[in-house]
Design a protein around this ligand. Structure first.
Ligand code: PHE
Length: 340
C-alpha cells in the first residue's frame, strides 16, 4: 500500500504539471481528490488493514494528501497568472506610449503665500500658525479694542452661537498667541491663514480670504526697521525698481500706523484705471506694536518694541497678475486656476 501511495503521488504530480488551464485543473482535482479517486479508495482500505500496519499507512496517506493539496494550490496560482497575462496581451498593446498624467498645480493663493514665505524667510521670519476659530478676546480685546470700541466696526465679524467665539476677521489675534508663546524672547514670525468677514461679496471683497500677518519684536526695533523690511518685501515681490510710499493710517493695535503703497505696476505712477488715477497701489497695513498689545502679550513696553504688518495675498496676486475680481480665487473655475 505504501508503494501504491508513492506511485500515485508521482503520477498525480506529473499530471498536475501537464494541466494547462483551470478547466483541466478541475478535472485533475476530481480525479485525485474526488469521491471515486484512488486516494479515497486507499483511505477506505487503510481501515481494513491489520492493526499494526494501520498507523504507518495512515500517516503516509495523510502526507500524500497534504502534498497533493499544496501542489494543487500552487498550480492554481500559476495558471491564474498565465491566464491574466494572456488576457492582457490580447486586450492591450503594451508597446503603446503611456497616457500623460495630469498632475495639477498649486492654487494661485498657495503660490502667492509661498512667495511671501520665501521673501520673509530671507529676512529671518518663521511661519507661525494660529487657529481660524478665535476668541473675541484675541481678535479684539487684547488687540486694544475693548467691548464697544468703535474700531471693531472696521471688521464685519462672523460670530458663532458660542458666546465669545468667532471666526477671526484678521490674522492679528495670532500676534497675541505668538507673544504668549515666545515671551520673553525676541520674535520674528509671519502668520498666514484664512480670515472671514461678514461682508457683501463683491469684486473687491470676499467673505473668506487669506492674510499674512508679520510680527517682529526686539529691544531696539524702530519704524525705520518696519520701513526697510516693507521696502525690501515690495521690491522682491513686485520688481526691483518699485517706489514705496508710507501713508499715515489707524489701527487700534499699532501706534503709529501706516498703510504701504507701491507705485502702480501698470502705469508706473502716471495714473490709470488700475490705480484709479492716483499712481499708487495699496498693498498692506502696518505699524509699531501698541504698548497695550505688548503688555497683553507679556512683554514690557519699556524694554521691548516691535512692528506688525498684515497683507492679503489674493490682493497681492490681483495686482501682480491684473486679476479684476477676487471671487475667481475660490469659485474653483479651472479655466481661471489653470492660468497660474
Ligand atoms: N489686521 C489688519 C487688518 O486686517 C492689518 C494690520 C496688521 C495692520 C498688523 C497693522 C498691523 O486690516
Amino acid at each position: 500500500m505504501l508503494d501504491q501511495l508513492d506511485h500515485m503521488l508521482e503520477q498525480a504530480q506529473k499530471a498536475l504539471e501537464n494541466s494547462r488551464d483551470l478547466a483541466e485543473l478541475d478535472e485533475w482535482r476530481v480525479r485525485y481528490f474526488g469521491k471515486k479517486s484512488e486516494l479515497t479508495e486507499i483511505f477506505k482500505e487503510i481501515g481494513k488493514l491489520p492493526g499494526d500496519e494501520r498507523p504507518l499507512a495512515g500517516k503516509r496517506a495523510n502526507e500524500v494528501k497534504t502534498a497533493l493539496e499544496r501542489a494543487y494550490e500552487e498550480r492554481v496560482e500559476v495558471l491564474k497568472g498565465l491566464q491574466r497575462d494572456a488576457l492582457l496581451q490580447e486586450r492591450f498593446d503594451v508597446t503603446l506610449p503611456g497616457r500623460p498624467i495630469d498632475v495639477g498645480r498649486l492654487h494661485i493663493s498657495t503660490q502667492t503665500l509661498r512667495n511671501i514665505y520665501g521673501i520673509f524667510a530671507k529676512m529671518g521670519f518663521q511661519v507661525f500658525e494660529a487657529p481660524e476659530v478665535e476668541t473675541e478676546l484675541n481678535n479684539f480685546e487684547l488687540l486694544n479694542m475693548p467691548p464697544g470700541h468703535p474700531a471693531r466696526d472696521m471688521w464685519d465679524t462672523f460670530y458663532t452661537t458660542r458666546e465669545g467665539i468667532l471666526l477671526r476677521s484678521h490674522t492679528s489675534p495670532g500676534q497675541i498667541r505668538a507673544m504668549r508663546k515666545y515671551c520673553p524672547n525676541p520674535i520674528r514670525v509671519i502668520l498666514p491663514g484664512k480670515c472671514y468677514r461678514y461682508e457683501q461679496v463683491s469684486s473687491r471683497s470676499d467673505f473668506m480670504f487669506y492674510q499674512v500677518e508679520g510680527l517682529a519684536l526686539g529691544r531696539r526695533i524702530t519704524l525705520a526697521d518696519l520701513k526697510g523690511s516693507m521696502i525690501e518685501f515690495s521690491r522682491l515681490m513686485f520688481g526691483a525698481d518699485r517706489e514705496v510710499r508710507f501713508r499715515c493710517s489707524y489701527f487700534p493695535f499699532t501706534e503709529p500706523s501706516v498703510e504701504v503703497d507701491i507705485d502702480c505696476i501698470l502705469c508706473g505712477g502716471k495714473g490709470c484705471s488700475v490705480c484709479k488715477q492716483t499712481g499708487w497701489l495699496e498693498i498692506l497695513g502696518a505699524g509699531m506694536v501698541h504698548p497695550v498689545v505688548l503688555e497683553n502679550g507679556g512683554y514690557d513696553p519699556g524694554t521691548f518694541s516691535g512692528y506688525a504688518f498684515g497683507m492679503g495675498p489674493e490682493r497681492i496676486a490681483m495686482l501682480r497678475y491684473r486679476i479684476n475680481d477676487i471671487r475667481y480665487f475660490f469659485s474653483n473655475d479651472l479655466r481661471f486656476l489653470r492660468q497660474f
